[in-house]
Design a protein around this ligand. Structure first.
Ligand code: IMP
Length: 422
């Protein structure tokens, strides 16, 4: 297996948490590389549901070491709560989680800025998760963010906080949104935790690589929310594809052995921005209810759409996806009609590939092909017993993506998984 990168290739919520958990039965280390507590990775084990926002999904496998890389925006308050919740559920976390000293911290002012910016955007709002992710990365790239490693040396912390205060004040002396005293008190609160969990994640990974260990990189969000390649500005503030897993872990690009693209059998999007294949009623409500399509982080209803092969092809090619995992195939069982989008048109003209301009994407109409349905309400969990029409649906996905499907998920539990290839 070597180094396996697992990424979402739609608009997030593809079910990466479950798939990472399944793949981790063979992994020594699992790494979160980008994003932060805006993610909500759901894993169901023996009827118990765990929703992980920051802790890698490998924490539910004994013996897997969990790392949070430099690229993650870490909210120590939420991380503390998540670790306590896991301990209450009987999951051993002590000594199993190491967070990069280079990871940037989400501080209280980031959440205030997130809220204020969304309010300011009015009709053009992005629909962020309000977890302070964008403002945290803004400070990072402005070079006045606070990193986990800054906490352990009081004089370094003071200097970093003063730099942030100066940058946020921007020469104004009206009430600054960045409150230096608040930030310092916050950081001091989490000093013991920082001492316990911080480490040099890139160095740990390089050692593990040298020892031939199995490493899983756990992507967050989906490629169409990528800050560079997604539907800007309706995106998150990190690189959500394989590129982000490289910079966010410190591993060299040549170390990646396989790129697993996770997609739902349909698409969903939470928040604003174009969704060309948005379903009409009654399918919108049927799929949302049956697929329990409500945000794991915010509880917001997700917008549901038919499978979009144009977007899929785009995501697979830019990420060099080597194999696919299709989730929630069971949700489509029992629908009386089924279709997938095979091409876009704009102003009556064919669109050759996924548009770079979000306004163009918003104005695209979709050309669909109808697919044979299969009976519901569920699907058998064995390879040979998938209905012929479901197999045909999967074959169309493989042809568009140019990659084989290694696994199909037909329910939330670990066992609700059909392995098609190793
Ligand atoms: P932010 O990441 O909170 O700034 O939100 C930016 C956009 O990305 C919004 O549309 C969010 O709904 C979306 N988003 C962020 N994280 C996730 C996720 O884990 N799954 C799905 N959508 C997400």
């Amino acid at each position: 297996m070597g180094v396996t990168a697992v990424i979402g290739i739609q608009w997030g919520d593809e079910g990466k948490g479950k798939i990472v958990d399944v793949l981790c039965d063979r992994a020594d280390l699992v790494v979160r590389c980008q994003g932060g507590s805006n993610a909500g990775h759901t894993v169901v084990v023996d009827n118990r549901t765990f929703v992980l926002h920051l802790v890698p999904s490998g924490i539910l496998r004994d013996g897997t070491v969990c790392l949070i890389g430099n690229g993650v925006a870490v909210d120590l308050e939420l991380l503390t709560a998540e670790l306590e919740e896991l301990k209450r559920s009987g999951i051993a976390t002590s000594g199993r989680l190491i967070v990069s000293r280079r990871a940037h911290l989400v501080l209280p002012h980031h959440k205030r800025i997130d809220q204020a910016q969304e309010a300011m955007r009015g009709g053009g709002k992005i629909g962020t998760t309000m977890r302070g992710i964008g403002p945290c990365y803004t400070d990072k790239y402005g070079r006045f963010g606070i990193r986990l490693g800054d906490l352990v040396d009081p004089s370094v912390l003071k200097a970093r906080i003063q730099a942030a205060a100066r940058a946020h004040a921007g020469g104004r002396d009206d009430k600054p949104v960045f409150d230096a005293a608040e930030a310092e008190a916050y950081c001091r609160t989490y000093l013991p935790l920082a001492r316990e969990i911080s480490g040099d994640v890139a160095a740990i990974l390089m050692d593990a690589l040298g020892e031939g260990k199995e490493i899983v990189l756990e992507g967050a969000q989906g490629f169409l929310l990528d800050i560079d390649h997604g539907t800007y500005p309706y995106v998150t503030s990190s690189n959500t594809g394989v590129h982000g897993l490289i910079t966010g872990s410190g591993l060299p690009p040549s170390s990646i052995d396989s790129v697993v693209g996770v997609l739902k059998a349909y698409v969903t999007r939470v928040g604003e921005g174009p969704l060309p294949t948005e379903m009409e009623e009654p399918y919108q409500t049927l799929v949302r209810e049956k697929g329990r399509e409500f945000g794991a982080t915010t509880g917001r209803p997700r917008r549901c759409g038919w499978l979009d092969l144009v977007a899929l092809e785009y995501a697979c090619s830019l990420n060099g996806v080597t194999s696919l995992v299709v989730t929630k195939l069971d949700t489509l069982a029992g629908l009386d009609a089924l279709k997938m989008c095979v091409a876009y048109e704009h102003d009556g003209m064919p669109v050759p590939s996924f548009p770079t301009e979000t306004d163009v994407l918003a104005g695209c109409t979709c050309r669909y092909v109808g697919c044979d349905t299969w009976a519901g309400p569920s699907l058998p969990g064995e390879k040979g017993t998938l209905p012929r029409s479901a197999r045909a649906y999967l074959e169309r996905i493989e042809a568009a993506a140019g990659a084989p499907i290694m696994m199909v998920s037909v329910g939330p539990e670990r066992g609700d998984t059909i392995q098609l290839q190793d």
